[in-house]
Ligand binder design. Structure first.
Ligand SMILES: Oc1ccccc1-c1ccno1
Length: 252
């Protein structure tokens, strides 16, 4: 199964890291087909203008609708005529933004099932609202946020989302078992990990991990995940589990 990715940005070189390491190998292996488009190629005035001052006043600049509709129209055109292997003719468009739905591992899993994703990287104070309407009439659109903080643009968010999605594709990650016991895979944070030497800086590795009792190791790791989640991310635990896990901590 291969994933087609289209990214539209005024800083296409920002997406260069996608050529490296895992994603780069996945591209060379044909698992990912990445196309980065420069939004300015779709701004036809002499200065290739992509932004202008906001109606209603206010600070900053807003990205103009025209170039976006041309760029996204160009992306859509890559899907017709219908691909011979019955790929859907439209991508799911992801628009990163601070006001979006929180991007989670669950959403990464959903997106990794899609054959075609497009990403629109907004800069400045955002993209003219009519672009969201225009796009929503032509393809599924999801506005997603990496977290509750402000970036200068969507490129960093796209790098993170593409990595989170691509690593779930079969064949991108070598050992698939590492995909199972990681943070957020089943709603819990990951357990602490150790490697040689068995004693370092006067600090020992928990005895249970040095023995061969795999049942005891699995139980210890499960307990660590629950405790660590209760300490750092009680919001991930159902209320009763959070308090009982924490009360277990207080007694120690
Ligand atoms: O702050 C942003 C500006 C543009 C595009 C995305 C973001 C953002 C912030 C958090 N997640 O995405």
């Amino acid at each position: 199964r291969s994933l087609r990715l289209d990214v539209v940005s005024i800083f296409p070189e920002y997406l260069a890291p996608l050529d490296l390491s895992l994603i780069g190998k996945a591209r060379r292996d044909g698992l990912i087909d990445l196309h980065v488009h420069d939004l300015r190629d779709f701004a036809h005035d002499r200065h290739r203008t992509v932004d202008d001052s906001p109606y209603g006043g206010g600070a900053g600049m807003v990205m103009k609708p025209g170039p976006w509709s041309e760029a996204l129209g160009h992306v859509l055109a890559q899907g017709s005529p219908p691909a011979e292997d019955h790929q859907p003719r439209v991508p799911t468009l992801i628009i990163p933004g601070p006001g979006g739905e929180p991007f989670t591992q669950q959403i990464a899993r959903e997106l990794s099932e899609e054959p075609w994703l497009a990403f629109a990287c907004g800069r400045y104070e955002g993209i003219d609202e009519r672009v969201y309407e225009w796009a929503g009439e032509r393809m599924p659109v999801r506005v997603l946020s990496l977290g509750d903080y402000v970036l200068n643009g969507g490129e960093v968010a796209v790098l993170a989302m593409v990595e989170a999605v691509a690593r779930l594709l079969p064949g991108v990650i070598g050992n698939v078992e590492s995909l199972v016991e990681e943070s957020h895979e089943d709603g819990l944070l990951e357990y602490p990990v150790y490697t040689k030497p068995a004693e370092w800086d006067g600090r020992a590795v928990p005895d249970v991990l040095l023995g061969g009792n795999h049942r005891a190791i699995a139980a210890w790791r499960r307990e660590q995940r629950i405790q660590r989640t209760a300490q750092r991310r009680p919001d991930l635990l159902p209320p009763t589990a959070a308090t009982s896990a924490l009360s277990g901590l207080e007694e120690r």
